[in-house]
Design a protein around this ligand. Structure first.
Ligand code: PLP
Length: 287
């Protein structure tokens, strides 16, 4: 496996960064997780737009144009001969001194990892997930926008820890006002009849590329989609609940905080949307 590291392709076991890298020391950097279907990188432009916006927001200047970055992503796939893959693109502030001040970091580090896809087990899609809501809150949008996909994922990690303490694999985070924000690394939708609801960005959700694709595909299928704040109660009484994300695509949730959702199995709208998603991602690549 070849890793792109600051201009070179190096073998996985040699792909190392300095202990003085501020991404390591402080979580100072940004990243993207991207999916490749049959050799086509899914919505690469949108991922790069989000990456460059995240970087701009934290005053991190990426040492490549978006066009160059596209080429680097494609080269990394080719070098590893992968056609169905997961790509991790990481830009850290770079190597500096022990102080927080990023001005000691001479140049950002650019890392691209392309891996064989680790698909979630099929059973998970058939049974649906049991999840909980946790005490960890999404950071406030006026402090550090949740739209910034930064290397600082402690909130999300705490969500995972709380989930695993509760004996489940995923959980929902609320924002500081108690509105549902998102999962540890996925967005959430609730279904009421033919209406879909998902939290708007200002509530504290990352504007997921999968989320945006589902909004688009669902509208094409005739669903009404609203970006509207909702509470745990609305989740408990929804007809269906599902999560979206680059790795998970669309996955049903069948229990939340012990409340059974709908009939306790993946609902028909969720199944239909997952099917539509899987068809559309391939069709998009053929265009
Ligand atoms: N929310 C958070 C906090 C994430 O890290 C991710 C994963 O990237 C998502 C949501 C889902 O976004 P996407 O569909 O772009 O993968």
């Amino acid at each position: 496996q070849w890793i792109y590291l600051n201009g070179d392709f190096v073998e996985k076991h040699e792909a190392k960064i300095s202990v003085y890298d501020h991404g390591f020391l402080y979580g100072d950097g940004v990243f993207e997780g991207i999916r490749v279907y049959e050799g086509n990188v899914f919505r690469l432009q949108e991922h790069l737009d989000r990456l460059y916006n995240s970087a701009k927001s934290i005053m991190l200047s990426i040492p490549h144009s978006k066009e160059e970055m596209k080429q680097l992503v494609v080269q990394t796939l080719q070098k590893n001969q992968l056609s169905n893959a997961y790509i991790r693109l990481v830009i850290s502030r770079g190597v500096g001194n022990l102080g927080l001040d990023p001005s000691s970091c001479a140049r950002p580090q650019v890392i691209i990892i392309a891996e064989e896809l680790a698909l979630f087990p099929k059973e998970l899609y058939e049974s649906g997930l049991e999840i909980v809501t946790v005490a960890t809150r999404r950071n406030r949008p006026d402090v550090l926008s949740p739209k910034v996909k930064s290397l600082n994922y402690l909130n999300n990690i705490l969500v995972k820890i709380e989930a695993s303490l509760a004996g489940v694999s995923e959980a929902l985070m609320l924002n500081d006002q108690g509105y549902v924000a998102e999962g540890s690394a996925d967005n959430v939708f609730i279904v009421k009849g033919t209406e879909l609801l998902t939290p708007p960005g200002y509530v504290g959700a990352l504007e997921g590329i999968t989320r945006n694709a589902i909004i688009e595909f669902a509208k094409d299928l005739g669903y009404t989609v609203k970006e509207e704040p909702f509470t745990r109660h609305d989740v408990y009484v929804a007809d269906e609940v599902f999560l979206t994300g680059t790795a998970a695509e669309v996955i049903a949730v069948v229990k939340v905080d012990g409340r059974v959702i709908g009939e306790g199995k993946p609902g028909k709208e969720t199944k239909r949307l997952l099917e539509a998603f899987r068809e559309r991602v391939v069709i998009e690549g053929e265009k």
